[in-house]
Ligand binder design. Structure first.
Ligand code: LLP
Length: 478
């Protein structure tokens, strides 16, 4: 796929106390062009593509090679590296979602709950979706106002009442939750999460709607919802649905219309939350959701609803993946190279794996990989090999190179000949990577997180965990 040359010229400066600190260098002119030339000449499978609207790829998410080397020297590997510019651009795209009578974009913080990211999104005007009481507290620790946090959870927290009294919003996700909230806070304004009867996910494991999904209140139980609400004098002011991650846009559309029809049953509801689930293209061949195309018919449907009922509904969406997936890479190092003979496989063993990136092993998710030679002077040779990228855990399932949707099937990637010690950038690692991993398995410490600011200065936003921190809650007996 052709790569657009949109890399900005930037003066790069390191703020960390490393041998490289205070050595500004200019990523401009020939330097930048050389990096872009190298990127654009690599086979598609070796690059870190970044999504834009409607399936286009753009390289803004790629961490330039020199920066990757300097981050590795300063902070070690593995490390997550996020682009502030990319995060802000995605926030702006989400905030432009078509709407008829007002829009709130909630960041599904489960995708990337680092405090710096939450604050950055809050400054851009986003609100937040939390999936547990702990996430609510985490957002509040980061300085997010409770009024900007909405809780849709599978497990009500023990401290629900003080959280709600502080201003946190809640969507009851089951009839029992509705009853519990009504018992604790009769007369409260609440939302209800409905399972609209259809779901759609990029994989079976990310489909959270329809008869096989336990999420939300089944759409045929609305009479019970209304009866429970009446008993506790609850006002249902919001209706919420989320049908899956990586949803088929056509199903998302269809469900949006179904949801709007449900609003007739909830006369006090002023807000309809249509969840997240917008697809993101991490590798060529995958397609980004086009938010403008997805939102236009929804906007029209809200207008029709207003014309028919006089109710001007507020729209909420709550993307996680869309806002973060392609805004981050995982920077790792090739720490071993093994093979299983002529007819076998060549393995690149990275110093990362399911401890930082569980999605391939869990879903057969595809993440692009790019090799950065350890030595800046070494040009990639003409020889290429098919490699399997393997993780560092003692688990055959700890694989990065697996077939789409088939975590157990190996799918090699073709790369210029790799040497031990080379760096590897794994793309699409902003969402559900740092947030969702087999943390501390094999006692590998939690990796640091780094934010590249708009001037491309790497800023440490989470330290690497120490062994002491890993075991601090153990109580050795005898
Ligand atoms: N709202 C609710 C209630 C959710 O449960 C989720 C995701 C979202 C919004 C955001 O969905 P998104 O826009 O990120 O698709 N771990 C998986 C995805 C499962 C997420 C579960 N809920 C992944 O790695 O792709």
């Amino acid at each position: 796929m052709a790569r657009r040359k949109t890399q900005r010229e930037a003066v790069v400066k390191f703020s960390t106390p490393t041998p490289f600190s205070r050595i500004p260098f200019r990523l401009a002119g020939n330097g930048a062009r050389a990096i872009l030339r190298a990127l654009s000449s690599m086979p598609a499978s070796t690059t870190v593509p970044v999504s834009g609207n409607a399936g286009r790829f753009r390289p803004t998410n790629t961490v330039p090679e020199d920066i990757a080397r300097r981050i590795a020297a300063a902070h070690g590997t593995p490390a997550y590296v996020y682009s502030q510019q990319a995060l802000e651009d995605r926030a702006a795209e989400a905030l432009a979602f078509p709407n008829a009578h007002g829009l709130t974009v909630r960041f599904a913080m489960k995708a990337l709950p680092n405090a710096t990211v939450l604050r950055l999104f809050e400054r851009k005007g986003l609100h937040f979706d939390a999936s547990s009481g702990h996430e609510v507290r985490r957002a509040m620790f980061a300085g997010i106002a409770p009024q900007k946090i909405s809780l849709s959870t599978q497990e009500l927290p023990a401290d629900l009442t003080p959280l709600l009294r502080a201003g946190v919003l809640v969507n009851a996700c089951s009839l029992a939750q509705l009853d519990a909230i009504g018992t604790a806070l009769p007369g409260w304004n609440i939302g209800v999460r409905i399972n609209p009867g259809r779901g759609s996910g990029g994989t079976g494991k990310t489909n959270v709607g329809g008869p096989d999904a336990s999420f939300g209140i089944w759409h045929e139980h609305i009479a019970e919802i209304l009866e429970t609400a009446r008993r506790h004098r609850l006002n249902i002011v919001r209706v919420h649905t989320h049908i899956g991650s990586g949803s088929d846009p056509a199903v998302w559309q269809e469900v949006s219309t179904l949801n709007l029809a449900l609003m007739d049953r909830f006369p006090d509801a002023r807000t309809l939350n249509l969840g997240g689930g917008f697809k993101v293209a991490r590798v060529p061949g995958e397609k980004d959701a086009d938010l403008q195309a997805a939102g236009a018919p929804v906007k029209a449907a809200f207008e029709d609803f207003a014309a028919r009922t006089g109710r001007r509904l507020h729209l909420e969406i709550e993307p996680g993946t869309f806002l973060t997936a392609n805004c981050g890479v995982l920077l790792a190092r090739v720490q071993d190279i093994t093979d299983t003979g002529e007819a076998g496989r060549r393995f690149l063993k990275l110093d990362t794996g399911m401890t930082e990136l569980l999605r391939p092993g869990l879903y057969g998710a595809q993440h692009p990989a790019e090799i950065v030679p350890a030595d800046a002077g070494r040009a990639p040779g003409s020889a290429v090999h098919d490699y399997i990228l393997a993780g560092h855990c003692c688990e055959s399932g700890d694989l990065i190179s697996c077939a789409p949707g088939e975590p157990e099937r190996l799918a090699p990637v073709r790369l210029p000949a790799v040497r031990m010690g080379d760096l590897c950038l794994i793309g699409g690692a902003g969402a559900y990577c740092s947030a969702m991993s087999a943390k501390n398995y094999n006692s590998f410490p939690e990796a640091p997180e780094i934010l590249l600011d708009p001037g491309n200065t790497p800023r440490l936003i989470r330290r690497r965990q120490t062994l002491e921190q890993m075991i601090q809650n153990e109580i050795p007996l005898a």
